[in-house]
Design a protein around this ligand. Structure first.
Ligand code: JAH
Length: 304
């Protein structure tokens, strides 16, 4: 997988050089380019912002550097192999300005919604509080992508014509990681890259961990539920014991206990998720567990 990030703070992405992603980059499973937007600002102060048309507070990112940045990255993607990833470092290669002619593979205007297969070639991801919610399902879709380009906005956002222009070249997704405003898109991009890359084959190390965790990738017993508690040694710590069932060796009982805990925790802390559980997701036993704990269970009084 190829990742390109456009930002005015390239140093922000130093963490991509460590841990699971750092190792995947070293192996060559992922290549990362971090690009300073100011490389494509040509005035003496390398200005990337300007006052908003129509008035209002703050500043807006100017479209020209963004257009050149996208053209250059798309040209590099379709021409020779992209240069070696630059993590937390300087701008790779010379700035291509003007007529970067997108070649085959970047001229589709198709939108990437829904759950279908990922388009070949690059797509643009723009973090914004106005975007569609980024969740595990979208992370799993994007883990199938060939090339993701992330555009980090700052200030009051990027001139709207940039996304419009990008959509004329490649699929674009505006995504939100939650209902809060950040000073810029950088933290959201790190979050999305971590969530996507841990799903890549070989990146996590333990193939089971990704499918059985909270929001497990659409399969598995815990789909749609958050995880219950986990324990390791020592069996007794500061007077607190690990639940006996986990030491019983009875795998069916352990699985049932874990499901009970996941159901109760989901009902307690994520009523929004509990309400969205699809019809048929809860067994009679599941319903009993929830109603014993005092939760109203939809459909429990419905005769079939
Ligand atoms: C803020 C550009 N969903 C979280 C999120 C994502 C992006 C931004 N804020 C919050 C943001 C300023 C400029 C993007």
């Amino acid at each position: 997988m190829r990742l390109d990030i456009i930002t005015i703070f390239p140093e922000y992405f130093a963490p991509l050089g460590i841990s699971l992603i750092g190792k995947a980059v070293q192996r060559g499973d992922i290549s990362v380019g971090v690009h300073d937007l100011r490389s494509w600002a040509h005035d003496t102060h390398r200005t990337v912002d300007d006052t908003p048309f129509g008035g209002g507070p703050g500043m807006v990112m100017r479209p020209e550097p963004w257009g050149e940045a996208l053209d250059a990255i798309l040209a590099a993607a379709t021409g020779a192999q992209p240069g070696t990833g630059v993590v937390g470092g300087a701008e790779p290669g010379p700035c291509v300005s003007g007529g970067a002619e997108p070649g085959p593979g970047v001229t589709r205007a198709a939108e990437t919604g829904g759950t279908g297969p990922q388009p070949a070639g690059p797509q643009l991801i723009v973090p914004t509080p106005a975007g569609a919610p980024f969740g595990q399902a979208i992370a799993a879709q994007l883990a199938e992508a060939e090339h993701l380009i992330f555009a980090c906005g700052r200030y009051e956002g990027i001139d709207a014509r940039v996304v419009e222009y990008a959509r004329s070249l490649i699929p674009v997704r505006e995504l939100s990681i939650g209902d809060y405003v950040l000073p810029g898109g950088e933290p959201a991009v790190l979050v999305m890259i971590e969530a996507i890359c841990r799903l890549l084959p070989g990146v996590l190390g333990n193939a089971e961990s990704a499918s059985d965790d909270s929001f497990g990738a659409g399969v598995g017993a815990m789909h749609g539920l958050v995880e219950g508690p986990t324990y390791t040694r020592p069996r007794v710590w500061r007077g607190r014991e690990v639940p006996d069932v986990l030491l019983s060796g009875n795998h069916a009982a352990i699985a049932r206990w874990r499901r009970d805990e996941a159901l109760l925790r989901t009902a307690r802390t994520r009523p929004d998720l509990a309400a969205r559980l699809p019809r048929g997701a809860l067994s009679a036993r599941d319903r009993q567990v929830l109603s014993d704990a005092g939760f109203a269970v939809m459909g429990e009084d419905v005769a079939h």
